[in-house]
Design a protein around this ligand. Structure first.
Ligand SMILES: Nc1ncnc2c1ncn2[C@@H]1O[C@H](COP(=O)(O)OP(=O)(O)O)[C@@H](O)[C@H]1O
Ligand SMILES: [Mg+2]
Length: 605
């Protein structure tokens, strides 16, 4: 019920539609209620006329006219039902389309506001599956419910009042039937919802995996995992079969019981009506009217069970929707300070562009990945990070971009503001990620992702510097070539070059290169590196390079060991200090297996 209220609050702007649908339903119901009276009146008129005729009095004057008029009244009722009913149906369609928009947009808005930490722990496909299922169940329910609610209410009330007027025990029996039926229905509801939740979980997990498998078919095929992926997938769905069987058995057993009880009550109702007609308390017309009324009384009872059933579905479905909506981004994030404007020198241009002060950080509730990290990067300086694979190099760049809050310490970035405006911070950093993820769309759109207003000339200029131009100009459509989801039509190196062009076009004062050229062959790496060198000129650059020759070119190197800084110094200083960098340099030209292995541990060649 609270879910229902929340959905209504969420979709307040749809109130006119709800009202319209309810009015239409009220008109249709009222018209429907007229039918028993018209047929009842017609029956009495006919019985009278036939009685008069058989007793020799001839057909009473005007009786043909009366019954024709009553038939016309039935026609009118039918036309009103058809017209207004369809108007309500139209409003219902429009309303559910609008509701879909509102619920989907709000969901996406919330997802966009959630911190990186949420995405570290959720499967993309699951997020999508949840959105689809929840929203379609909720909209379907709201559409039918707004249609049914008034009908249910009006029919029930009218049937009770009318039967009370004719003979009060009828009303009493009906008044018992409704709550009894409702109670019997809710008895099954708790168990039903729990099972439905479990079923949804299986389907969501299967959908999440499905999306992953489809997105990484190459991996699946080359490791020959089709069969096991398939059996895991169908296993999830088979679990829903077992659950459905249990859920449905329970539901239908209870339904048989409910129906049985209902039939008993209706047996009593019909018996009363028949007996009172035979004993002359009701006219034949009264009887016809009451029998039709009882038939109408049945309908709300059965639609009640529909309402309970589909509202349970909607409640179970919307649970995961609201679970996501209820996430407080700050709470999911776990807090922690984001990069700040350097203390005491807001707006000043002297001092370091980036500085880490005793930064400690770990993911979720895991152990620290980084501890006691302190270094300064002067404006325009190039600084490289060297450390074992998994040593926290990428993590340092994520902290710089404010994707996670630090556990303690402080990160200062000139121009970062007070740490609350992450957009401003991120606008000042151009980044090439370790994985060059692209979007489906054209090459030009991908390059301009960080600067959608860029002109074609600017896009091409960035592409030329990133060595994208040579291969893109060979495509028939050039920069308007559509690259598939995840850019499957491109090689890893080509994607990486587009990612470099994307960062170049952003033209931000701080540059982060996280193994930006790792997927390139030596020749194209030289080309891209030349572009990157030019880009780095005058920019504060944090570089994680996989080639020692690239590292040798930077201004200073930071080496990491065990999540802490081991050394900081110029390449020349560190080459002579006997630390990690010196060790790597010494290994560089060795062909010994153990030496190559040691180098690989540092992601360098
Ligand atoms: N999103 C994440 N959630 C939890 N742990 C992570 C996450 N990303 C990285 N880690 C862990 O943090 C450590 C440092 O990772 P990373 O910064 O990517 O290393 P590097 O870039 O130096 O190879 C690793 O032990 C890794 O397992
Ligand atoms: Mg990394």
């Amino acid at each position: 019920m609270t879910t229902l209220v929340r959905i209504l609050r969420f979709t307040r702007s749809l109130a006119p539609y709800y009202v319209g649908i309810m009015i239409a339903a009220a008109v249709v119901t009222a018209a429907g209620l007229a039918v028993p009276f018209i047929t009842g009146t017609a029956t009495d008129a006919i019985v009278d006329a036939v009685g008069a005729a058989t007793s020799g009095g001839g057909v009473p004057a005007g009786s043909v006219r009366t019954v024709v008029l009553l038939a016309l009244a039935l026609l009118a009722v039918g036309l009103v039902e058809a017209g207004v009913g369809n108007l309500g149906g139209y409003w219902g369609d429009v309303m559910s389309a609008k509701m879909r928009t509102i619920l989907s947009t709000r969901y996406f808005e919330q997802l966009l506001a959630l911190p990186q930490r949420y995405y570290d722990n959720e499967l993309t496909g699951t997020i999508v599956a949840r959105l689809n299922r929840s929203i379609s169940e909720v909209t379907n329910f709201m559409k039918t419910f707004s249609n049914m609610f008034v009908t249910l209410f009006l029919t029930t009330a009218s049937v009770l009042v009318i039967s009370a007027i004719y003979y009060w025990p009828l009303a009493v029996l009906l008044a018992v039937a409704y709550p009894l039926y409702f109670w019997l229905t809710t008895l099954t509801s708790r168990k039903w919802q729990v099972i439905e939740g479990e079923k949804n979980e299986h389907v969501d997990v299967a959908s999440g995996r499905f999306a992953e498998v489809v997105g990484q078919m190459r991996v699946v095929k080359s490791f020959v995992r089709e069969r096991s992926e398939l059996s895991a997938f169908s296993g999830r769905f088979r679990s829903t079969e077992t659950l459905t069987a249990a859920q449905s058995r329970n539901w239908h057993l209870m339904d048989a019981l409910r129906q049985g009880v209902l039939h008993l009550i209706f047996f009593a109702l019909y018996a009363i009506i028949f007996v009172r007609t035979v004993t002359g308390h009701f006219s034949v017309g009264d009887m016809v009217m009451l029998i039709q009324l009882m038939a109408m009384a049945r309908q709300p009872v059965t639609s009640l069970s529909w309402v309970v059933d589909s509202s349970q579905r909607a409640i179970a479905g919307s649970k995961s929707y609201f679970e996501v909506m209820d996430l407080e981004p700050a709470v999911v994030d776990g807090g922690g300070e984001r990069p700040h404007e350097p203390t005491g020198r807001a707006g000043s241009t002297s001092g370091p562009a980036v500085s880490f002060r005793d930064v400690r950080f770990g993911y979720d509730d895991d152990a620290d990945v980084l501890a006691g990290i302190s270094f300064d990067v002067a404006p325009g300086e190039r600084i490289a990070f060297v450390g074992e694979s998994g040593g926290g190099k990428t993590t340092i760049t994520s902290l710089l971009m404010g994707l996670y809050g630090v556990r303690s310490g402080r990160i200062e970035v000139a121009g970062a503001g007070d740490g609350s405006d992450l957009d401003a911070l991120r606008r000042s950093i151009g980044v090439v990620f370790q994985e060059p993820n692209l979007f489906s769309g054209t090459v030009a759109e991908n390059i301009a992702y960080g600067r959608p207003e860029a002109t074609r000339e600017q896009i091409v200029a960035a592409a030329e510097r990133a060595a994208v131009d040579p291969f893109v100009s060979r495509f028939p459509q050039g920069y308007d070539t559509v690259i598939g989801e995840r850019g499957v039509k491109l090689s890893g190196g080509q994607k990486q070059r587009i990612a470099v062009a994307r960062a170049m076009l952003k033209d931000a004062p701080i540059l982060v290169l996280d193994e930006a050229t790792s997927a390139l062959d030596t020749k194209s790496e030289r080309l891209v590196q030349a572009g990157l060198d030019e880009l780095m000129r005058g920019r504060t650059s944090l570089i994680i390079a996989h080639r020692l020759s690239t590292i040798a070119e930077v201004d200073r190197i930071v080496t990491l060991r065990g999540g802490r800084i081991d050394e900081i110094g110029t390449p020349a200083e560190l080459a002579a200090s006997g630390g990690i960098y010196a060790e790597l340099l010494a290994l560089q030209h060795s062909t010994a297996k153990s030496d190559r292995k040691r180098l690989r541990e540092f992601d360098v060649v």
